[in-house]
Design a protein around this ligand. Structure first.
Ligand code: ATP
Ligand code: MG
Length: 403
């Protein structure tokens, strides 16, 4: 049975065919359909040139006209349609020097990376498979279309794609493809960090990520990834400890831990992957709490309040990957739920209140007093009530005058 996203797109293929061109479903959606995996968006390949497509469909957006990809809006949906193309001359190991539009489906499939990604399906659901991609799928094998050494030489990113597919699909890499990957992995030096990061993160999210990470380390690919050069052993340890259902942020933090990064090194490492500033900030925070926990600190009302529930739970999850049997997640939730306030804004007194009660001018002392009040409220020494806090502060003042 053809899945719904394909059925919905059948009229698009029909319209292209009615104009005298060929059109097929291709790429990851066909692969995932054969695998029985859920598919999100379908990719369409056609013999029609971009300008010819624009005549067929009134609503289009150019996505990369030089590569022949346009977005077609049709009946409330949008479809990526790519003109059959062949590629030639990869002098920089990542981009073809020349892209030529062609009219042959076979030649278009031939330029694709892996046999499992080089299968086409027509609108009736018939499979066109000149490179035995279906067989590769049934054997769960990742193999390049054609000579792997050449194909990785053309575009080094394909090597990282292989590892991330291994992670996502629980496939293995066919021997000749693997051998070439080991031989050619130094070409990853030519790939932009941003593209490496995308593949690395997809890999981290995959079901088979443990094996994928081990493969990165054993093939030597990690030598050409930011901040991982000569960190073979930590990567193996990372792969072993990564057994929980971690979010991507938590996986990154676990990696930081195994790399034993300290101080400035943390930021430098995360920056070397070009992660966004806000993301780096968050990972650093989670990591700092993991280190606290690793130093033997249990969670307290104060630390849960300071970290916030999300950061605290993330840090605990990372920690439990390192030390099984010491999970304090429930305790964190309990402590958080028992907190009288969740942040400073919820405190019933302000700096102005305190200044007027004590009759003092603003100064650095005010921050200290506010922090003391905050701590007393969190620890239940005084209720979060303006009058009660005032009385409590007066009591404190009297005590300090006496001493
Ligand atoms: P995903 O499920 O992650 O989208 P996908 O296989 O669809 O996987 P895309 O990056 O969306 O991957 O690419 C769509 C198709 O384009 C691939 O299936 C493959 O046929 C081809 N392709 C993508 N990147 C490359 C590449 N670097 N070299 C050769 N062919 C590629
Ligand atoms: Mg895709």
């Amino acid at each position: 049975m053809i899945a719904k996203p394909f059925l919905q797109a059948v009229p698009v293929l029909e319209l292209i065919e009615e104009s005298g061109f060929e059109a097929y479903f291709v790429g990851g959606s066909v692969r995932d359909h054969i695998l029985g995996r859920e598919i999100s968006d379908v990719d369409i390949a056609t013999s029609a040139l971009p300008d010819e497509l624009k005549e067929i469909f009134p609503k289009t957006v150019d996505l990369g006209i030089e590569h022949g990809t346009i977005l077609v809006h049709y009946r409330g949906e949008s479809y990526e349609i790519t003109t059959f193309r062949s590629e030639a001359g990869y002098t920089d190991f990542r981009r073809p020097d020349q892209v030529s539009f062609i009219r042959s489906l076979r030649d278009d499939l031939q330029r694709r990376d892996f046999t499992m990604n080089a299968i086409a399906m027509d609108k009736e659901g018939n499979i066109l498979d000149p490179f035995s991609g279906v067989e590769a799928i049934s054997q769960k094998k990742i193999a390049t279309v054609g000579n792997p050494e050449e194909r990785f030489g053309e575009d080094a990113l394909r090597m990282l794609r292989a590892v991330r597919f291994l992670s996502q699909l629980c496939f293995s890499i066919e021997k000749r493809t693997y051998d070439s990957l080991v031989k050619q992995c130094h070409l990853l030096d030519n790939i932009a960090v941003e593209r490496k990061t995308v593949e690395f993160e997809k890999m981290l999210k995959g079901q088979n990520r443990n094996e994928a990470i081990r493969l990165l380390a054993s093939s030597g690919m990690h030598q050409y990834l930011p901040g991982l050069k000569n960190h073979t052993e930590p990567l193996f340890q990372f792969s072993v400890s990564l057994f929980k259902d971690l979010q991507i942020s938590e996986a990154w933090v676990l990696l930081l831990f195994h790399l034993e990064l300290k101080g400035k090194e943390v930021e430098e490492f995360l920056r070397s992957w070009k992660l966004p500033v806000q993301t780096i900030k968050r990972y650093k925070l989670i990591y700092s709490w993991v280190l606290e926990r690793n130093n033997g600190q249990s969670w307290t009302v104060e630390t849960v309040y300071k970290a916030g529930i999300d950061i605290a739970l993330s840090a605990e999850k990372v920690f439990t990957c390192l030390h099984t049997g010491k999970d304090e997640s429930r305790r964190i939730i309990h402590l958080y739920e028992s907190l009288p306030i969740r942040n400073r804004q919820e405190l019933m007194v302000s700096g102005n209140d305190i200044m007027s009660w004590l009759g003092e001018k603003p100064g650095p002392w005010l921050r200290d007093v506010l922090e003391e009040v905050e701590r007393a409220v969190i620890n239940g020494k005084v209720p979060n009530d303006k009058e009660k806090i005032k009385v409590w502060l007066n009591g404190l003042n009297r005590k300090s005058e006496k001493s």
